[in-house]
Design a binder for this molecule. Sequence first.
Ligand code: RTP
Length: 152
Amino acid sequence: MTMAMERTFIAIKPDGVNRALIGDIISRFEKRGYKLVAMKLLKPSKELAETHYAALSSKPFFAGLVEFICSGPVCAMVWEGTDVVKTGRTMIGATKPTESAPGTIRGDYGIDVGRNVIHGSDAVDTAEREIGIWFKPEELVEWEPTMSTWIY
Ligand code: RTP
């Protein structure tokens, strides 16, 4: 079995923030064993959203998608750990609500494809690109979790 230590870009979309799901979603990634290396809350500019979703620019839902992503706060994060890109997508669940399994984030919280709570990078190279769009290098925090002497 090959395992890859990698980073992924995760964004809680405005519907997820409005529904107070930030804590639950962070908790799922923490409990799974992943490490948070960057996080911020922002209302994305149209330019940022269009750049992020550039690959979907020819889709009929593109304008609505961009408008929605810019409509409110987004909680942007970078998570690190073994195979986090693929495992993150598994935790998020399928894009279509009829296919997202219970137990996944979308399977637990969403019934509308256009209000599906969360985004996660779909590949390692996409993750690198997305992290570069949303974060400056100095916003990524390098740290090693320690079993410190003050936790018993
Ligand atoms: P995401 O990029 O947000 O993680 O979603 P995804 O990979 O699971 O799905 P993708 O095909 O990349 O679509 C991006 C987002 O566009 C919205 N969408 N709306 N109205 C529609 O038919 C439709 N189809 C897709 C969804 O919010 C999806 O997450």
